[in-house]
Design a protein around this ligand. Sequence first.
Ligand code: THU
Length: 135
Amino acid sequence: MEESEIKKLINMARNERLLAYSPYSGFSVGAALLCKNGEVICGCNIENASYGATNCAERTAVFKAISEGIKDFLAIAVVGGKSGEEPEDYAYPCGMCRQVLSEFCGSDFNVIVAKNTDDYKVYRLSELLPEAFKL
Ligand code: THU
């Protein structure tokens, strides 16, 4: 992926992070999902008083896209950290989000984890979830 495209996705994830609903953990995550048609669909984490009903940022983005009829994806950028602060670390997708991504994304799909536009890492989904479960 081109660096300018990566930075654009990170910026969109950073902005989306501001929309997170995370009063219980105080941890806000934004994700920006690049679709093959060029669209970028963003998602944030949405928590719930019944903690298990929480939805992660990555799954919010994927579910938004699928429900709009978009299901071909190239990459996702994820930015997360303590709400109201700049991220201190990379926020890696949790196991459940990796599994959901593997349902819709090829093994060459790029996962970008970023602290900011100048500090990021790029992985293949197959690196983060080798031997994914599929039916
Ligand atoms: N979270 C995400 O949004 N994505 C992940 O991949 C890991 C965790 C959210 C869920 C919860 O709202 C908060 O981060 C703390 O776990």
